[in-house]
Design a protein. Structure first.
Length: 118
């Protein structure tokens, strides 16, 4: 089992940058692929980015590709989401997610508000 604690986020102007962090406690962080999803008001939760267990492969939604970067530090049990060139449509609550390699159980962070002003 893993517990996920998110940090970062906040209010930024259009074109600005933010970095989200998600620290995992518990055992076996490297057994989890990690991802970020977001939910905007009135919209369904949507995929943002994902990174494989070893960090060798990353995946992005078309809406954030080229602007966001997901990374992980397995020595620190932490996954990051660097968000650049932010747009108002990026405004949402962002959630960190961990999927276990074998059990496929999913774990979630508490959510972090990101607000991009015009």
């Amino acid at each position: 089992q893993v517990q996920l604690v998110q940090s970062g986020g906040g209010l930024v102007q259009t074109g600005g940058s933010l970095r989200l962090s998600c620290a995992a406690s518990g055992r076996g962080f490297s057994n989890y692929s990690m991802g970020w999803l977001r939910k905007a008001p009135g919209k369904e939760r949507e995929f943002v980015a994902r990174i494989t267990r070893g960090g060798d492969s990353t995946y992005y939604s078309d809406s954030v590709k080229g602007r966001f970067t997901i990374s992980r530090d397995n020595a620190k049990n932490t996954v990051y989401l660097q968000m650049n060139s932010l747009k108002p449509e990026d405004t949402a609550v962002y959630y960190c997610n961990a999927d276990h390699l074998i059990t496929q159980r999913s774990y979630w962070g508490q959510g972090t508000q990101v607000t991009v002003s015009y």
